[in-house]
Design a protein around this ligand. Structure first.
Ligand SMILES: C[S@@+](CC[C@H](N)C(=O)[O-])C[C@H]1O[C@@H](n2cnc3c(N)ncnc32)[C@H](O)[C@@H]1O
Length: 323
């Protein structure tokens, strides 16, 4: 396996933000009211591994449901997209889902983008090895900043693949702004294949973000371990507990790290105090009705062309064209 990986030649562009940004953003977020840590910081190498483990949890329906929709609908998706496009996947993670589409879509170039550098490198190399006909050009980026496109599309159609309901991690207005940015990136002939988690029974959502094996809890707490490791902080991780619930009014699952007792943390010359029962807000995951999301995408310059859901109405995959 190792020898084979070394033979694979992929283009890898590293636009990872400087480490100083991590410190500055963490301090600013922790001093906020309420304290927050951006969900993009979940994904160091350990966080990416834990996310893959979450995807395999019984309670976490989104991955298997979206994967089944993509598998069942790949021919219909391919008819919309056409052959030979430049396929761009922001937040590509382990690149498992794109594998369900590649043989049907036959893109000219695949551009996986992710903030988790080593995880992305391994995933992209594995993909290039398994699909020798495919030009793989990986880019380590923070997609909350303007995304540079590392290849010249040379007239080919540009299509963004954005699965995993990662769009739900943006506030609704920020989601619209992000889609508008994708719309600019793909241009007039462009397309967007996007996976969006649907509004549903609160108990199903609660269970999905509170798996019995405690993997989502470990994923959430890894943020503090990461800050301790990389910023020489001294979070007492045992003073915090994973807390995830559905906020019906705002239509989102919220993840928090809830303080079990008063605790101080030293980080880069500052001491921050967290009181018992207060929390650090680490992620929102907005859920949408199909029409609600289509309206949001339309405001960003995308015309709805198709939408597929599973028979239980848990998850949706949309195809949009540039309007
Ligand atoms: C919810 S996971 C989804 C992974 C995969 N696309 C899927 O559907 O299973 C989010 C992915 O986006 C990446 N990510 C999160 N925030 C990011 C950011 N600001 N810039 C680039 N990648 C980011 C993470 O490293 C992770 O691989």
């Amino acid at each position: 396996m190792k020898a084979a990986l070394q033979e694979v030649d992929i283009a890898f562009h590293d636009f990872h933000p400087p480490e100083d940004d991590f410190y500055a953003e963490v301090i600013e977020g922790l001093k906020g009211s309420p304290p927050t840590i951006s969900p993009k910081f979940f994904y160091d190498q350990q966080g990416s591994r834990l996310f893959d483990a979450i995807c395999a949890c019984h309670e976490y329906y989104p991955t298997r449901t979206e994967s089944k929709i993509l598998r069942d609908r790949r021919e219909a998706i391919a008819q919309h997209v056409g052959e030979g496009c430049v396929l761009i996947e922001p937040g590509a993670g382990s690149t498992e889902k794109v594998r369900l589409l590649l043989d049907a879509l036959r893109p000219r170039t695949f551009i996986p983008m992710d903030i988790s550098r080593e995880h992305l490198r391994l995933a992209a190399q594995g993909l290039a090895e398994d699909y020798p006909w495919l030009d793989v050009c990986a880019a380590c980026v923070d997609f909350t900043a303007p995304i540079p496109l590392p290849v010249d599309p040379d007239g080919a159609r540009k299509v963004v693949f954005f699965p995993g309901s990662s769009i739900g991690n943006f506030e609704p207005q920020a989601a619209e702004d992000f889609l508008a940015h994708l719309r600019d990136m793909v241009g007039e002939q462009g397309g967007l294949i996007i996976g969006v988690d649907l509004k549903k029974d609160a108990e199903v959502l609660r269970a999905a973000y509170n798996d019995r094996l405690g993997i989502t809890a470990a994923f959430n707490l890894n943020l503090l371990h990461r800050i301790n490791r990389e910023l020489a902080a001294d979070f007492d991780v045992t003073a915090f507990a994973h807390d995830a619930f559905y906020n019906d009014e705002l239509g989102r699952v919220e993840m928090h790290l809830r303080c079990q007792r008063d605790t101080d943390v030293r980080i880069g010359g500052e001491t921050l105090r967290f009181a018992r029962d207060s929390s650090i807000h680490t992620e929102n995951s907005y859920k949408y009705h199909v029409e609600e999301f289509q309206q949001l995408a339309a405001r960003a310059g995308f015309r709805p062309r198709d939408c597929w859901t599973d028979e239980d109405g848990l998850f949706s995959v949309h195809y949009f064209e540039a309007a």
